[in-house]
Design a protein around this ligand. Structure first.
Ligand code: SF4
Length: 395
């Protein structure tokens, strides 16, 4: 049964008209942002928590509100071939359109409290904070940004106008029209491919696999968005040799061998407290399966594994980027992103020397960058943000 919104939420400044919906003959409104296609009576919320039916159509109830801000290394999204070593201003809101039982961010994604959205965050203030701190990009992360599309697109446009890159972390569970609007303002994305069976998506995530695969095909073949993929390996659920082989085969055949695949370790959380953490050996096995059949760039995450975190040349096998957790070490690329040993171009977006942000995680008080805030008038360092990287992708 859908939850209801109160009159005060409906009239709040954070509630704005939504896009991608239609009015049905029976008077309900259908949200067309994600493949759930929720049909809502006036006053009802969708299961994503942030979209609801108002008197005149679907509204977004979390515009300009965030659950918090932090500067992270871009490798933490994870994006390993997009401006390596650079800092990214990360933020999220609340709610999610999937119901993954293993959610590792459940405090935000499953939130039903507007308190979670305590931080006001106008697009202009976000841009001011990113440029003031020297971030090369802003990331929509922690929860899926497609559900707050109207807000995310406004932030992304403001970032583009200021020369800040736009990064999304998403499950890719979005309809074609909403997908086109959202990703037209995104420079790089990590898509969370939860598993490679419909049964997993249906029984554990409350969704379907096919729309996610369609989003991956769309991103790689129809957009310039730099795309990487992450799969969280859960013992006994999505870590079989057969499943990993099927996933690897589909990616290689349909997206190409250069598309990055990250395997990350699960920690017991949310509705799966009894599942064990992913053994390191499982991650190593998954990487070997994926690499053994032609994927050039397979990484391990949420685990200390310098070899599985580093980048190797697809041509000669030389180490191109050394990583230890999120700390970069030796750098084997020239200024154009080519291997120093054999000249092979690395797939990705490389812009000169590596960044030096390291492993730091810096919480940010956005209030400081609002008009009247103590950092509002400080000089803005746009030099890092305004460099325009060349997009590269090997065939
Ligand atoms: S975004 Fe998805 S879950 Fe949320 S209201 Fe729209 S269709 Fe429903």
């Amino acid at each position: 049964m859908p939850e209801r919104i109160t009159e005060s939420v409906l009239n709040a400044p954070s509630t704005v008209e939504g896009r991608h919906w239609e009015r049905l003959d029976d008077g309900r409104f259908q949200c067309n942002v994600c493949p759930r296609f929720c049909r809502l009576h006036e006053g009802q919320r969708g299961p994503c928590f942030v979209r609801a039916a108002g008197p005149n159509g679907i509204v977004l109830t979390s515009y300009g509100r965030s659950s918090g801000f932090c500067v992270d290394p871009i490798e933490k999204k994870p994006l390993n071939h997009f401006l390596p070593g650079s800092p990214v201003l990360s933020f999220g809101t609340a709610g999610c359109n999937l119901t993954c039982k293993f959610c590792q961010n459940w405090d935000m994604s499953k939130s039903r409290e507007m308190d979670t959205l305590a931080d006001a965050a106008s697009p202009e203030t976000l841009v001011r904070a990113a440029t003031g701190i020297g971030c090369r990009s802003v990331a929509f992360t922690y929860n899926d940004p497609v559900i707050f599309l109207e807000y995310a697109v406004d932030v992304a446009v403001a970032c583009r106008e200021a020369g800040i890159k736009r990064v999304a972390v998403s499950a890719g569970y979005v309809t074609p029209p909403a997908r086109q609007e959202f990703f037209s303002e995104i420079d790089a994305v990590n898509i969370d491919l939860k598993a490679f069976t419909e049964d997993f998506y249906h029984s554990i995530c409350g969704g379907h696999l096919e729309p996610v695969l369609e989003t991956l095909l769309y991103l790689v073949h129809e957009t310039p968005v730099w795309t990487e993929i992450t799969t969280l390996l859960i013992p006994g659920e999505n870590d079989s040799d057969e499943g990993l082989n099927n996933m690897r085969g589909w990616i290689a055949e349909n997206l190409g061998p250069s598309v990055l695949l990250h395997f990350s370790a699960f920690h017991p959380d949310w509705k799966m407290p009894d599942h064990p953490p992913t053994p390191h050996a499982t991650l190593i096995r998954a990487r070997a399966i994926a690499q053994g059949h032609g994927l050039h760039n397979v990484y391990l995450g949420n685990v200390h594994d310098a070899e599985g975190s580093s980048t190797y040349c697809a041509g000669c096998g030389a180490r191109l980027v050394e990583r230890d957790w999120y700390q970069l070490g030796d750098w084997g690329l020239d200024a154009h992103g080519r291997c120093l040993k054999c000249g092979e171009e690395m797939a990705g977006v490389i812009d000169g020397p590596p960044g030096t942000w390291g492993r730091r995680r810096l919480p940010v008080r956005l209030k400081d960058f609002e008009p009247g805030g103590r950092k509002h008038n400080q000089p803005i360092d746009r030099s890092a943000a305004l460099r325009t990287p060349t997009r590269r992708r090997t065939p």
